[in-house]
Ligand binder design. Structure first.
Ligand SMILES: [Fe+2]
Length: 304
């Protein structure tokens, strides 16, 4: 299958107070503010090459406003316009947005807003283009290099998983299957990585977490130290997932949106013909939290 979606390009997250949110996302996570307009701030990790990967929007409610995938080429955006028309999937064309060109916007069966775009202002990362060092020395907090993925909940997860597979042509790296063999949770991607988006059972249109990359298990422990030093509420971790093998810590922003640092995962990219790894429902606990083998209550019940 051709490769048409390069990555989860950005997400928009609603927060109750923009200044308090920036204190967390800049000083704890270490994201860099690249723009601010009215009730919105635009941020990115130090190794990201485009204008932003996270929009924080001041609102009366929490959760994720939208997720957006960047296409590999302008032609791929046209391909998806044609594909959605052929499949009778309703979509809107959005002419432009902050430092971004045209996008198309559709809704998943679970009520999540998904955009596809190609053009966004290219900024390069924060390192020089010539003879760069491996990382910048002046990072704040955890100093995450990039947005990795988001995870959303769906009342009929199988239907939403099939939508991502059939409409956007995302592929599963891993599935949780019910007794009938239908996926009730999936980790989905098109680029060879563990996932750009994951879908699990839960209420429609809700946001479970957004994850930022870290490169080593030591960096996960360092992230935990920083979370503790800044009195940031940790939900779970440090630990390892069975699904994706990723190392993890989950924590909350000042309002209750869940964040994760995630890294050191399976190397699916070495095998482009990778077939999905399957987990049975009775092994779900170990799939999610490999060491405890059962899922803590807050992880199941807290969504925004
Ligand atoms: Fe995650």
């Amino acid at each position: 299958m051709p490769y048409r979606l390069s990555r989860l390009g950005y997400i928009e997250v609603r927060v109750l107070d923009l200044d308090d949110a920036l204190q967390h996302y800049v000083n704890v996570l270490g994201l860099i503010v690249t723009g601010r307009e009215g009730r919105r701030a635009y941020l990115k990790g130090w190794d990201e090459k485009h204008a932003y990967s996270l929009i924080l929007t001041e609102s009366d409610t929490l959760g994720m406003e939208r997720m957006a995938f960047r296409t590999v080429s302008p032609e791929d955006l046209e391909y998806y316009k044609d594909r959605l028309k052929k499949l009778n999937v309703p979509f809107a064309t959005i002419e432009s947005d902050y430092k971004r060109g045209e996008a198309i916007r559709a809704e998943t069966p679970s009520g999540h807003t998904v955009e596809l775009y190609y053009t966004m202002e290219y900024t390069g990362n924060v390192l020089p283009d010539v003879n760069p060092p491996p990382w910048p020395m002046d990072l704040k907090g955890i100093g995450v290099p990039r947005l990795d993925h988001c995870l959303v909940t769906a009342a009929d997860p199988t239907k939403t998983i099939r939508w991502f597979e059939n409409v956007l042509e995302l592929r599963p790296s891993e599935y949780v299957l019910n007794g009938s063999g239908d996926p009730i949770a999936a980790w989905l991607w098109q680029r060879p990585a563990p996932h750009d988006v994951a879908v699990v059972p839960g209420p429609d249109a809700k946001f479970h977490h957004c994850a930022f990359a870290v490169e080593t298990p030591e960096q996960v422990f360092r992230a935990c130290d920083i979370l503790a030093m800044t009195k940031t509420k940790i939900d779970y971790g440090p630990s390892r997932h069975g699904i994706t093998r990723g190392t993890t810590v989950y924590f909350f922003d000042p309002f209750g949106n869940r964040n994760e640092t995630f890294g050191v995962h399976s190397a699916y990219q070495l095998d482009p013909d990778h077939k999905p790894i399957c987990w049975t429902e009775d092994a779900l606990g170990q799939g999610v939290f490999y060491y405890e083998r059962e899922i803590i209550e807050s992880f199941l019940s807290v969504v925004t």
